[in-house]
Design a protein around this ligand. Structure first.
Ligand code: UTP
Length: 271
């Protein structure tokens, strides 16, 4: 069973400046609800029991949002507004599940994940990148099903335009299991069009083995100075660990750019 999820939230969010100059992007509302709550709801519906948030001192507002604030608790009790009471209870429910871990220097997703090492209990855990919303179908839930069936690591995947491969982690296909699931041979972080092994990209949902921590611990930063999770995945694949790319059914929304963030709100409001 996959019971723990890790969500790295310690990045700077520079693509959404100036919105992110004081406010963490994960708290920006998407159709009236902070983006991170869509991710939390996906986790809960998929059966996750504990969620590790990796934040930084710059992003402590995230901790404040999920804090059980006495001041507001009193006011809300008096108000008797059903919607606010429901939302407040929901935040309390989230709060009980969340553990906060700090990464004070944004040295990459791999470095962020490494910070949670001592809290991970089981052989496998779920990792979600909060910029990547997947709506209409619970991607984490279907990935957990695949993990149970094949006892392997799983990553969400989709086909992207060849011209955009340098924006993604791109994988190489080894074997088709069925129309939605493929065993992969290799994965390269942000390859050039020339070096890309395909136009199949990894999207921000991963079921990873605990053994990835020893890889991350020894991994050197890439050219850009960041430790990417993709490089440790690559090394696990080389060591014969099975990784499955899962073509998810839902619709992908990229909330990490201003254009994508605006479109996500419109898309969700039309559901
Ligand atoms: P990104 O690199 O895509 O986003 O990280 P970013 O750094 O937040 O924003 P930009 O690129 O400056 O606009 C993907 C996810 O990993 C987290 C981010 O918070 C984001 O959720 N992250 C990234 C960390 O937690 N630590 C890091 O060192 C880097």
């Amino acid at each position: 069973m996959i019971k723990q999820a890790i969500i790295p939230l310690a990045g700077l969010g520079t693509r959404l400046l100036p919105l992110t100059s004081v406010f963490p992007k994960e708290l920006l509302p998407i159709n009236g609800k902070p983006g991170i709550e869509y991710i939390l709801d996906e986790c809960i519906e998929a059966g996750i029991k504990e969620i590790i948030f990796i934040i930084s001192k710059k992003k402590e507002l995230i901790k404040t949002y999920f804090h059980n604030d006495h001041f507001y608790r009193k006011i809300i009790k008096k108000k008797k507004d059903k919607r606010i009471q429901y939302e407040y209870k929901k935040i309390l429910k989230y709060k009980k599940m969340i553990k906060f871990v700090y990464q004070n220097k944004p040295l990459g997703t791999g470095d962020a994940i490494l910070k949670s090492r001592k809290f991970v209990k089981d052989k496998f855990f779920l990792m979600l990148l909060p910029d990547d919303l997947i709506i209409n179908n619970n991607c984490s839930k279907s990935m957990i099903k695949i993990h149970k069936k094949y006892k392997s690591s799983v990553m969400a995947s989709m086909t992207v335009d060849k011209k955009t491969v340098s924006r993604w982690g791109i994988y190489k296909l080894k074997k088709k299991l069925d129309n939605e699931n493929f065993i992969i041979n290799d994965v390269i972080e942000k390859p050039s069009k020339k070096n890309a092994p395909s136009n199949k990209a990894v999207i921000g949902r991963y079921i990873l083995p605990k053994t990835i921590f020893s890889k991350l611990n020894h991994q050197k930063p890439s050219k850009g100075g960041e430790v990417h999770i993709t490089d440790s995945i690559r090394s696990l694949i080389k060591d014969e660990n099975k990784f499955i790319a899962h073509n998810f059914k839902g619709k992908y929304l990229d909330c990490g750019t201003l254009d994508g963030y605006i479109k996500s709100g419109l898309e969700i409001s039309n559901l």
